[in-house]
Design a protein around this ligand. Structure first.
Ligand code: KG4
Ligand code: ZN
Length: 358
């Protein structure tokens, strides 16, 4: 196996059509290109991702994303050492579009095909950005995912806990909808919370139970009840109280994520505490998690936002890590809507609007 590997990655598991070229030099990675074609405008009228629309858009755009990624990297296909593709978990139509495209490229060029678990892509990103050594703790918090993982190797993950219902990003989006704020809800709730105080009592779900599992659906319902009580009392939702509700919701999410992270940090020795996913962009959540890491004596690693949210550079990198181990797939590679990273752990419950959880 050559010391240096240049990998083309494809990602299409939710609502971003992405392609990237990443070079693995034996220890660190260099991103040569990272193209993302978003679909927000296509889904905006529906209040969430419509799987059929997403699948069609991926099928239309994935080859354009590949062309753009190769052009930006200044390479042609002959110069890459392998083709990595998200093979799950995710919305099946989109995953299929990526897998079919990657198979076509692999068949035409004879290059190795590497199927990558989307969650492994997120979980291995701190090695691409910061060269983290195994084992490290990863909290993945996005619109479709919420889980604590001990990352022990490119193919070895232990799930320490995760949501038993909604992902936190889904909860932010639903709360924004309840309060008449824009989508995506996370940034809107965060901005609104800045002028509020977190004085409205809301539950801290599952804090009374041992372990690292989380739940967000009851919290969202509690926000709904609090909103209805305010509306009944004031005949509407005053701007100041809306800000207080946002601040109170955000504080509740921060409290549960921080306490569960504290437990996960104490679970077994790790080299660092890393976060990924769109929700990790939230400044007050990030500050709470950073404090947990500091108290546990661990470095806190949060990759830049463009690499925390869905992208193909993480897929190319995870593909490179697998290829270095000599792991390749053949043209029978299947698209998997559900694909738990840790198949020893009990299956997670629920499936969010943004795609299948694992
Ligand atoms: O990782 P991501 O871009 O996409 C996937 O879910 O795959 O995460 C998107 C989610 C959305 O639910 C969005 O509302 C949430 O991340 N989000 C935030 C913030 N920015 C994005 N949640 C809380 N605070 C934010 N600043
Ligand atoms: Zn993702």
């Amino acid at each position: 196996m050559a010391q240096e590997l240049t990998i083309l990655g494809l990602e299409s598991s939710c609502d971003d059509t992405a392609a990237a070229v990443v070079r693995h030099d034996g220890t660190r990675g260099t991103i040569l290109s990272n193209e993302v074609i978003g679909q927000d405008a296509l889904h905006a009228a529906f209040g969430g991702v419509v799987p059929e629309i997403a699948a069609r858009a991926h099928a239309e755009k994935i080859d354009l994303a590949v062309e753009a990624a190769l052009a930006e990297a200044g390479l042609d296909l002959a110069a890459v050492d392998g083709i990595a593709v998200t093979a799950g978990p995710g919305l099946i139509g989109g995953v299929l579009a990526g897998v079919m495209c990657a198979k076509g490229l692999a068949a035409a060029t004879g290059k190795p095909l590497i199927g990558v678990n989307h969650l492994a892509g997120h979980a291995l990103t701190p090695r691409l950005t910061d060269g983290l050594a195994f084992p490290y703790l990863m909290l993945l918090v996005s619109g479709g995912h919420c889980l604590f993982l001990r990352v022990e190797g490119p193919d070895r993950f232990t799930r320490l806990g995760g949501t038993i219902d909604d992902a936190p990003g889904e909860a932010f989006d639903k709360v924004a909808r309840l309060l008449g704020l824009a989508q995506p809800g996370g940034p809107a709730v965060e901005t609104c919370a800045e002028s509020g105080t977190p004085g409205i009592p809301l539950p801290r779900p599952l804090l009374d139970r041992p372990g690292c599992d989380l739940s967000f659906s009851g919290l969202k319902t509690a926000v709904l009840r609090a909103r209805d009580a305010i509306v009944a009392e004031h005949g509407g939702l005053p701007v100041g109280l809306r800000a207080d509700l946002c601040a109170s919701f955000q504080a509740a999410v921060a409290d549960v994520l921080a306490e569960k992270s504290r437990r996960a940090c104490a679970d077994a020795p790790v080299t660092a505490f890393a976060v990924a996913g769109g929700v990790a962009a939230n400044r007050s959540l990030r500050a709470a998690l950073e404090t947990v890491a500091r108290d546990a004596g661990l470095p806190f690693v949060a990759p830049p936002l463009a690499l925390c949210t869905d992208n193909a550079a993480m897929i190319a990198w995870a593909g490179a890590e697998r290829l270095r181990l000599g792991e390749v797939d053949d043209l029978t590679l299947a698209a998997r809507p559900r694909w738990p990273l840790d198949d020893r752990a009990a299956p997670m419950l629920g499936s969010g609007k943004r795609g299948a959880k694992a």
